[in-house]
Design a protein around this ligand. Structure first.
Ligand code: NAP
Length: 316
């Protein structure tokens, strides 16, 4: 007989992992589907200094590895697959992956968010050839070179600090004249002698031959356009883009209620507009997107899924 899971979790970041942990501890048959690397966005974060208790080994990777081990210990199935379609109407829901179709009594959507692009000429062409969205992954390539960091939020300023450990110099380019990042992070950046800041400025174009060689910037207050060219001896430099994230919710367009920015609407119990379908973590409408809020959402969603199954299915 075809297996019907109690819970199919779509997405393997902290929200999905926490949902898997709580669901399996509640003895629900649980599978978590992730298309890329389990652990989600935090695996590309160097420091997770604000997750309670996370003092030693507080890298994103180590934290997510420990979460994965814990889930496996309680019997969650972790499956690599890319979901292509969801059929959420009816009591038994279907998640259609590239590898196979999964059937479930309840679904937890924990698809997270992915980096937002600058959308300027040259950005796509030079991704992986000087343009990066992950400091932990790519910092090493720019050892001793110059790096530009684009953005003014927590990610940009925090990752700029990390990049100073590799780069000769780090220049943060921000479109306004003050950062959005937390004050404590800003202070560390202002004090760091390797960090320069260019305010009120956006990137207009990225150019080069094979590798990034120049960047065109425009000052929004004066309209002045300047082009920065790589130092002749070095020949290239890095551009790290941290200008926010976009929710990974395209699969649910027209199915789940969303806000104008395509984040999934839920109530405080993670219920979406469809009974038995819950959303947790960065993909849902919320005011604070952090590991600590994602794991909280995941736990609530799993416990609500348990209640929903108990109340809906006679054999439970
Ligand atoms: P964010 O808070 O949305 O900040 C994005 C930054 O990029 C803003 O400064 C924004 O400028 C700028 N920006 C947006 N679009 C741009 C464009 N097209 N061109 C140039 N600049 C652009 O994103 P984030 O820093 O990635 O953080 C995302 C979430 O994760 C936040 O909730 C953050 O608190 C959290 N986070 C927390 C930590 C931590 O606590 N340790 C670390 C990383 C991330 P404006 O300021 O002008 O809007």
């Amino acid at each position: 007989m075809e297996k019907i899971y109690d819970v199919v979790i779509i997405g393997g970041g902290p929200a999905g992992l926490s949902a898997a942990l709580y669901a399996t501890r509640a003895k629900l048959t649980t599978i978590m589907i992730e298309k890329e690397k389990t652990g989600g966005q935090i695996t590309s974060t160097t420091e997770v200094a604000n997750y309670p208790g996370s003092i030693e080994n507080a890298t994103g990777d180590s934290l997510s590895n420990r979460m994965v081990e814990q889930c496996k210990e309680f019997g969650a199935e972790l499956q690599k697959d890319e979901v292509q379609e969801v059929k959420l109407e009816g009591e038994i829901k279907e998640v259609v992956g590239k590898q196979q179709t999964y059937k479930a009594r309840s679904i937890i959507v924990a698809t997270g968010a992915s980096p937002r692009y600058l959308d300027v000429p040259g950005e796509k062409e030079f991704t992986g050839k000087g343009v990066s969205y992950c400091a932990t992954c790519d910092a090493d390539f720019f050892t001793g070179l110059e790096i530009f960091v684009i953005g003014g939020g927590d990610s940009a300023v925090e990752e700029a600090l990390l990049l100073t450990k590799f780069a000769r110099k780090v220049t943060i380019v921000h479109r306004r004249d003050e950062f959005k990042a937390a004050k404590s992070i800003q202070e560390r950046a202002f004090k760091n002698p390797k960090i320069d800041i260019i305010w009120d400025t956006v990137i207009e174009e990225i150019k080069g031959e094979g590798l990034v060689q120049s960047i065109k910037m425009k000052n929004l207050k004066t309209d002045e356009v300047t082009e920065y060219k790589a130092n002749e001896d070095e020949g290239t430099f890095g551009i790290f883009v941290f200008v926010g994230y976009l929710p990974e919710t395209q699969l649910f367009n027209g199915i789940l209620d969303m806000d104008g920015a395509h984040y999934i609407k839920t109530d405080e119990n993670m219920n979406t507009n469809i009974p038995g379908v819950f959303a947790a973590g960065d993909c849902r409408v919320k005011t604070l997107r952090q590991v600590v809020t994602a794991v909280s959402d995941g736990a609530i969603a799993a416990i609500q899924a348990e209640k929903y199954i108990e109340n809906t299915f006679d054999d439970q």
